[in-house]
Design a protein around this ligand. Structure first.
Ligand code: ZN
Length: 405
């Protein structure tokens, strides 16, 4: 048994003014009360700390199998737990790609003993861009998220078909909105893809999820679409609403969608505050230093461990959003998106809990990152909110054994 003493509780439904004790037994929250005595429980003294539900990150590249020099399931999960993430969804651009039942089971075999909940998405097309996969077989094998992330769904007919499949079964269709061949000549094609998808889904009504939205013009369109009650969810990432650090080598700013203008950053921030954006995800995309500093730098940022502290610093510390509202974006909406039971601070619920210190500031440094990829454009940035404990299914998974708080 584990007893958390004297912490404030915040989830999307409540924000406590008084402190509470939380008793955890057998992976679930057994009791919450102003004072609990339990002589045979391990005790975490949490005075001054805030307890929130475990963070759910629906957009993570774990790189294994196939790209273990960038990240492994083990190192990715260490990074996740150090940032308070207790559930995540892994993207399918690994090798082999989970585009068949056999490959799906093979990729899953690397995730069998993780200390946090790991879901694995399957691709929509063979190896992200070929003919259509057999979605029904993959769904029956356990996959509930379909995406070609890294690439968009190229053919209109495939997008319509997978949205119909989503409507029948309830699986999630996540879109990476980009037209790669226009990257250089036309730029900013994010909104062209989201327009196609949203308009198709207006007629179909599947579960469409728009990944890493980054443009003010996308927000303008999506605002109108939301008023029409078209079914879709919107995700953004910290690097689309937070200014990055200055002075790093060029490759450290290379990502898709690219870092946008101040006007876009402001629009994304406003769309978070207004509730138009449903979810903040990391799009954790670790690479080696060599890959980021080469002539054609690899795209993507390492970020699963920074998702919560970055969001907290930019939104809650700045007074734009309450912590309660932030937990809605980082836990409640994202767990609903993935179809998992949302962790909440209630008796009987799964004990996925983060304890953090809202008054401890710290600096993002390579040495403080657990991911193999130290490729973040937020190096050197001062953040508020330090995760002190991550508890997943009732077990302390951070700090790691042998490390102190
Ligand atoms: Zn993507």
């Amino acid at each position: 048994m584990l007893l958390i003493r004297n912490s404030n509780l915040v989830d999307w439904r409540r924000s406590s003014r008084t402190t509470y004790d939380i008793l955890i037994d057998d992976g679930v929250i057994k009791k919450i009360d102003t004072r609990i005595d339990c002589s045979d429980a391990d005790i975490i003294e949490a005075k001054g700390l805030v307890a929130i539900p475990g963070i759910v990150d629906p957009h993570v590249h774990l790189r294994q199998p196939g790209y273990e020099w960038k990240e492994t399931v083990e190192s990715g999960v260490l990074a996740a737990t150090s940032g308070g993430v207790t559930s995540l969804c892994a993207m399918p651009n690994v090798m082999p790609c989970p585009d068949s039942v056999e490959n799906y089971h093979y990729v899953r075999s690397f995730q069998s003993d993780t200390v946090i909940r790991v879901l694995q998405s399957c691709s929509i097309n063979q190896n992200l861009s070929g003919r259509r996969n057999n979605w029904k077989e993959l769904y029956e094998a356990g996959s509930i998220v379909f995406t070609n992330d890294g690439l968009p769904v190229d053919r209109n007919s495939d997008m319509a078909a997978v949205l119909w499949f989503s409507k029948e079964t309830g699986v999630l269709v996540a879109e990476h909105p980009e037209i790669p061949e226009f990257d250089k000549s036309l730029g900013n094609t994010e909104n062209a893809v989201i327009c196609r998808d949203v308009i198709l889904n207006e007629r179909i009504g599947g579960r469409l999820h728009l990944q890493h939205i980054s443009l003010a013009s996308s927000i303008d369109f999506l605002k109108l679409a939301r008023e029409k009650k078209i079914r879709f969810t919107i995700e953004t990432c910290p690097h689309y609403f937070i200014e990055t650090s200055e002075g790093l080598s060029d490759g450290f700013y290379e990502v898709y969608p690219p870092i946008r203008t101040d006007n876009d950053i402001e629009a994304i921030r406003r769309a978070i505050v207004s509730g138009l954006i449903d979810i903040i995800a990391s799009d954790h995309a670790p690479h080696t230093l060599e890959e980021k500093t080469s002539e054609v730098p690899a795209r993507g940022f390492s970020g699963v461990e920074l998702l919560f502290p970055l969001s907290y610093t930019a939104l809650v510390s700045e007074g734009l959003l309450s912590l309660q509202a932030l937990t809605k974006l980082l836990t409640f909406n994202s767990s609903n998106l993935l179809g998992i039971n949302p962790a909440c601070l209630e008796e009987g619920e799964r004990a996925d809990i983060v304890l953090f210190d809202p008054n401890e500031s710290w600096i993002v440094e390579e040495s403080s990152m657990y991911s193999k990829g130290k490729n973040t454009p937020f190096l050197g940035k001062k953040l508020e909110a330090k995760v002190k404990y991550t508890i997943a299914s009732g077990k302390i998974v951070y700090p790691f054994i042998g490390e102190s708080v």
